[in-house]
Write a new protein. Structure first.
Length: 140
C-alpha cells in the first residue's frame, strides 16, 4: 500500500466518524443498546484514525524531498504548501476586489510566482505520496 492510499483511508475514516457521531447523538436519547453499539464502533474508528495519523506523521517526517535545490521533509513541504495556498487565496481576493486601491498588476505577478512555487512543491508531494510504500501491518 502506498502513502496516498493511507491518506484516502484517513479521510474516509474522518467522514465515518462524523456520520457515526451524528447518528449516535440522534439515538442516544431513545435507545441505549444502539447507542452503546455506536459508541463502541466510534471508539474503534477513532483508534484506527489515530493510528493512521501517527503513521502518516512518522512517514512525512522521515521522508525528504528536493524542490528547487532545497531539501526538506515531506511534513515541512506540506506546511509550506498550506501556507502558500493561503497567501495565494489572499492575493486572489485582492485581485477580485473591484475597489482594490493597490497595484493589481503587481499583485498578479506576485500571485503567479507563488503559484509556480506552490505547483512545484505540491507536484513533488503528490509524487512522493504515490511512490512511498507503507507497511500497514499492525496499524489500527
Amino acid at each position: 500500500m502506498v502513502l496516498a492510499e493511507i491518506l484516502i483511508e484517513t479521510e474516509n475514516l474522518k467522514k465515518k466518524i462524523k456520520q457515526l457521531m451524528v447518528y449516535m447523538n440522534s439515538v442516544s436519547s431513545r435507545n441505549s443498546e444502539i447507542t452503546d453499539q455506536a459508541n463502541t464502533k466510534l471508539l474503534s474508528l477513532l483508534d484506527k484514525h489515530r493510528s493512521y495519523l501517527i503513521l502518516i506523521n512518522e512517514v512525512n517526517n522521515k521522508t525528504e524531498i528536493s524542490v528547487g535545490g532545497a531539501t526538506l521533509s515531506l511534513a515541512n513541504a506540506i506546511i509550506i504548501t498550506q501556507t502558500t495556498k493561503k497567501k495565494i487565496d489572499i492575493l486572489n481576493m485582492l485581485i477580485d476586489n473591484e475597489n482594490c486601491v493597490l497595484d493589481v498588476i503587481a499583485i498578479i505577478d506576485n500571485r503567479d510566482k507563488l503559484l509556480e512555487e506552490y505547483t512545484a512543491i505540491y507536484k513533488e508531494i503528490k509524487y512522493q505520496e504515490w511512490r512511498i510504500e507503507i507497511d500497514k501491518e499492525g496499524v489500527g
